[in-house]
Each structure stands twice: as structure tokens, then as C-alpha cells.
Design a protein around this ligand. Sequence first.
Ligand SMILES: NC(=O)c1ccc[n+]([C@@H]2O[C@H](COP(=O)([O-])OP(=O)(O)OC[C@H]3O[C@@H](n4cnc5c(N)ncnc54)[C@H](OP(=O)(O)O)[C@@H]3O)[C@@H](O)[C@H]2O)c1
Length: 311
Amino acid sequence: MRVFVAGGTGVLGRRLVPQLVARGHQVTATTTSAAKLGALTRLGANGVVMDGLDAVSVGEAVAAARPDAIAHQMTAISPAHAGKPDLKHPDRWFATTNRLRTEGTDHLLAAAAEATGVSHVVAQGYASWNGIREGGWVKTEEDPLDTLEGTAAHKGLKALGHVEDVVLKAGGAVLRYGAFYGPGAIDDQVQLLRKRQYPLVGRATGYSSWVHLDDAASATVLALEQKATGVFNVVDDEPAPASEWLPYLAACAGAKRPMRVPVWLARLLAGEQAVVMMTEGRGFSNAKARRELGWEPRYPSWRQGFKEELA
Ligand SMILES: NC(=O)c1ccc[n+]([C@@H]2O[C@H](COP(=O)([O-])OP(=O)(O)OC[C@H]3O[C@@H](n4cnc5c(N)ncnc54)[C@H](OP(=O)(O)O)[C@@H]3O)[C@@H](O)[C@H]2O)c1
């Protein structure tokens, strides 16, 4: 297939492009920076400069590539695009990402509809700690996602809802990836742990789901090849409370055990999203992706993955 990867230079794009090339697909991959075109060539792709927020730029790039399928992996979370991470104000930190997930998704779908031959879109969603905060600790695709109404996280979680609405309407698939780890994905979190600035909050009973970048990439390849439709949780087999995964990650990183702070202090310092994630978060099941895509993660648990990544 001819596959168009919008956002080929991000942490996931850099793992996805080589997997697609290895499977014999012809890949066009995008960056906003001409300086990164060489890196895309080295991954085996035809690199193009594209601004996902500019309908004309998107239309031209997609038309020139004449893809059979499009993978939407555009976010703007890195300091280069978003400045310093601001967990307390996710609406500010994710402002451009939210636009890429609303306007950017619309531009890609419009370009796909214009270009003859594009049949299928697979887009990036999110399923780490954001399952609805009622009932069990592990959620399926049937359960609603939480949108943290009334908090600074709401806009971003609503933008993810937009991706799902429009991509599903267009007959595509949204892969709700767990929290990424793997090359370059959690360097900032590991640094905070080593400085003992990443504490447990309250009893830290909130669940999260993780996924290794290579497993997120392999699920994406399967969804593209199978022209999958619908939403899929792309997470490992072991959703777990912060009280388990955070001290384990610290140990793998050679850091001291994380400190513990009370909820009121965490709310003051890090905001509502961090408190919800650590105290009430709901993780996710990957049964549907395993069953319907035939996906088999190489890293079924973060226990093995963190250890290998940080060895
Ligand atoms: N599920 C998750 O846990 C999850 C999901 C996504 C990201 N993250 C985390 O977020 C951090 C940053 O991610 P990242 O390294 O992938 O970087 P990023 O800054 O989020 O960029 C991702 C991709 O989007 C592209 N992009 C940015 N702005 C764009 C625009 N206006 N138009 C078109 N494309 C645009 C980037 O291209 P250029 O930079 O080349 O221009 C890059 O290819 C990492 O720590 C990662 O682990 C986590």
C-alpha cells in the first residue's frame, strides 16, 4: 500500500515508519521542519513538509502522495512545539495538540475525500487513565471515556472525542494508545523521578495503562493493512495502579522510591488531571485489539518493558 503518515518524526512515527517499510509499504511521512526531511529519508520514507493546521498544505501533501491509507499521528506535545510541559494547565500545554486533533483531523479527512483512491484513515486516540470514573478499574471500548468536565483537562479530552466522532463517521479506526514508553517517550518522567519530583498522590490507587512504542506501531500497521473500523484500546495486558507502576519505574531508573504527597497538595502543585490520574484513574483492556486485529504485544507488561528500556 501507499501509506501517508502525518507526523512521521514523533516518538511513534519514528517507530511506525520503519515497520511499514519492512512490510513492503511505500511510505510518505510528514514533518513541519525541512531540517528533519533527511531523518525521514533514513527511516525509508519519502519525507514532505506539511503544516497540519493549514488546509491547503494538507490538501497538497495528500494529493501529491496519492495514498491508499493515512495514519494521523500529529501532536504538538514536545517542548519544541508546546514549550515547557505544564501539567497544571493541560489546556495551555495541549493547545496546539487540541487543534491538530480537531482542525488537523478535519483537514486530513477533507484531503482524503478529495484525493482519489484514499480509502482509509487510522488516527491516534488515548486510553491510559481516562476511563469513566465509576465501576471497575479496567474498561473496554464499550465503556465511555471521562472528559473531566469543568477542569483544565476537558478541552483536550473533548478534542480526542472529536477525533473518534469524525474518523469513525468516515469509516476509519481510532487506536486509543495507552501511555507511551520506549525510545524518547518518557525521558522527562524518568528525569523527574531521579530528582524525586514525581511523587505518589494520596493512596495512589488510580489505574493507568501503558504501551511500548513498538507495540503501538505494530497495532497501527495491522489496523492499516486490515482497513479496520471502530475504536481499539492499544494497551498492554497489565493496567495497574500508580502505587505499583511508579515505584517500579523509579527502581528501574535507579531512582529512590517516590515520595508521597497528600491530595490537596498535589491539586495545588500539579492540578486536577494529575490528582484524578493517580487516585481515580481507570485503565483499559486490550481484548478487542488482540481478538479483532490479531495483535500480540511484544511487551505484554510494563514490568518487562520498563526494565528492558532502562537497563
Ligand atoms: N499516548 C501517549 O502517551 C502519547 C501520545 C503522543 C505523545 N506522547 C508524548 O508526548 C511527547 C512528545 O511527543 P513527540 O516526540 O511525538 O512530539 P510531538 O511534538 O508531539 O510531535 C509529534 C508529531 O507531530 C508533528 N507535528 C507537530 N506539529 C505539527 C503541525 N502543526 N502540523 C503537522 N505535524 C505536526 C511533529 O512533526 P515535527 O516535530 O517534525 O514538525 C511530529 O511528527 C513524548 O514524550 C511522547 O511520549 C504520549
